[in-house]
Structures are given as C-alpha cells and as structure tokens.
Design a protein around this ligand. Sequence first.
Ligand SMILES: C[S@@+](CC[C@H](N)C(=O)[O-])C[C@H]1O[C@@H](n2cnc3c(N)ncnc32)[C@H](O)[C@@H]1O
Length: 357
Amino acid sequence: MSGHAETPPPAAAHAAAFAAHAPVMAREVVEALAPKDGGVYVDATFGGGGYARAILAAADCAVIGFDRDPTAIERARGWAAGYGDRLMLINRPFAEMEAGLAEAGVNGVDGVVFDLGVSSMQLDEAGRGFSFRREGPLSMRMDGGRPDAADVVAAADAAALASIFRAYGEEKKAGQIARAIVRAREDAPIATTTALAEIVERAAPPRFGKGKGGVRIHPATRVFQALRIFVNDEIGQLTAGLFAAERVLREAGRLAAVTFHSLEDRIVKRFFAARVAERPAGSRHAPPREGPAPTFSLLSAKAIAPGEDEIARNPRARSARLRAGLRLAGPAAPAVVDGLGALRLVDVKEFRKGGAS
Ligand SMILES: C[S@@+](CC[C@H](N)C(=O)[O-])C[C@H]1O[C@@H](n2cnc3c(N)ncnc32)[C@H](O)[C@@H]1O
C-alpha cells in the first residue's frame, strides 16, 4: 500500500445507497482515529464501507477493510477499485487480523476501528435470517456457514437454549422461552425467522406499558440477538480482535470500538481498564501503581454516545457507545480473557448437524 492518492472515488453513484445505511458515529470515529497522511488503518468491520470512506477522505492514507461476510466484500468491489491501492478488502473474521495483514505484507498499523454487530444491509436482507420482522430462513451466520441458528434451535436442549438467551440476550424469561421452543419443535422443525418469533411471542407475550427509555421492544428482540451472538461467536471474536489490534498497532496508533449493547461495551471497557496506568483511588495526580506496563491511554475517560441529532436521523444509533485509546510504546499485554466479562458458553460447533462450518 502506498498511501498515495489515486483516482477520485466514484462517490456520487453510491451516495444514495450509503445515505440509506448511514454509518453510526462516523464523525466521532474519524476524530478518535485522527487519520494522518501516509498512515495505514484497519477497518475491522467494513460492512458498507462508510467508515473506510470517511477515513480515506480525512487524510492521504490507506485502509485495509476486513469483513467475514463475503457479500459485504463483493458488494464493495466496484467502488473500492476507485481508491486503487489505498483500499484493500479482506474477507476474513477480524480475529484473524494478524494473519490477514501479514499476507498483505503489512507489519504495523496506525489505527484499528471496530463497529460491532450486523449491518443494516444484513438486517434488511430477509434471506440472511437476522430480522424477526422479515420472513426468511433461520440462518444468522454472517459468513453463511453452519451450524446456523436453525441448527442450534433444532439441536440444543432447553438448558443450553436458556443459557444462550440469558447470557447473550439478558432475557429474563429465558427458561420459559427455551421450553416453548423445545415443545414446538416436537411438532415441526422451526425453520423460519417468523416461526421462531411467533413461538417467542406466545411464550413471553409483550407486557402493557413501555420498557426502558420509553421504548417497547418486541419479545423476540433479545432472543434473536442472543442466537446471532452465539452462532457467530461474537464475544470470542471481540476479545480476540481487541488483543490482535493491540499487537498490530504501532506506538501512537489509535484503537476505536463502537458497541451496541452492554455485553460488548463491558468487554471493551474492561480491556482498556486492564491496559491503562492504574492510579491509587482518590489521587488523580499520584504516580501510577506498580504492575504491568500500560499499553494504552484513554482518549476519553467515558464512553462517547451519539448526539441527539444523529439519533433523530438514525434511531439505530441510539444504543451506540464509542471507546477509544492511544497505543503506548512497548509489547502488548498478555491476552487474558478472564476478567473482561466475556461469558463463555458451550461451543457452537456442538450443534453442527450434517453441515460444514
Ligand atoms: C455494523 S456493520 C459495520 C458498518 C460499517 N462501519 C460501515 O460504515 O458501513 C458490521 C459489519 O461487520 C462485520 N463483522 C461482524 N463481526 C465481524 C468479525 N468478527 N470479523 C469481520 N467482520 C465482522 C459484519 O459482517 C458487518 O458487515
């Protein structure tokens, strides 16, 4: 990658499509990354390429975009070519960032950004099975592989289903819903998004009144989120991705992560907390405590939330939180998952049912 400007991007042709899938907190992300001329940046969750384009517009730099979803990469091929060697796309999960970068001949980067979860394009495509509002096969695998959500719903026992819904959906009626699924699948396989949503709705009907923040959520929301996180191993990916980012960042490189629910935000927060200089409680000016050398300093003490104008334009941004840090000199801290709040459940591969993963 040269980091030099290439042919101007064919932006106009894609502007309308991108407006419909506006990237969340793009301005804040670019501020956190502070792209510089000649820099190399990893967009770990390329999606529709909104962040990548914003980074490329901010400096004469290069971006390497990762996405585990082959359709995200294929969809971008045409316009990405307009950036020449300033933009490279890699169809791999970000947990494999180091191998992907090594194959591309890149041995250090100036910034890494994560924008976690699914894209609005994935949600909108009924055939991907991410949305309970659209009838489609119960897939939910970002890479289209197996075992998928239908395999899990068909094979997991009630206790395993309940633990998935509880851990990754923070669903209070997890047991009730899991037992209803096990009963329903004795009559007929649960193959579609809407079939599962109906079973969940019958098992845990919505209560009257509004939920947290005045918003009433559909009873299937948490169950779908939990299955999606489980089948894509999103928590394992997140911890591995953060550790990889720490290793590939050069000194003064920047790490930014946008999360959409408390499970992920807690992991990012604890990851940084374990890596910044600890100071004795109550004394902001005292020297740091003894311990492993810090590898990051925080770019803001608290998580940054989107502005009200963005939430009004794009309600999906409501729950987004951005945390960012500046990489200090020295080797990466040990990649220890314990203490990050990353709940470990059974391995999704246990539910492989005649399909390749
Ligand atoms: C919220 S979207 C990102 C949107 C993007 N920032 C934009 O501006 O268009 C998340 C994307 O990350 C991808 N993704 C999620 N987890 C991933 C992982 N572990 N490795 C690589 N890509 C992942 C999804 O397939 C999806 O396309």
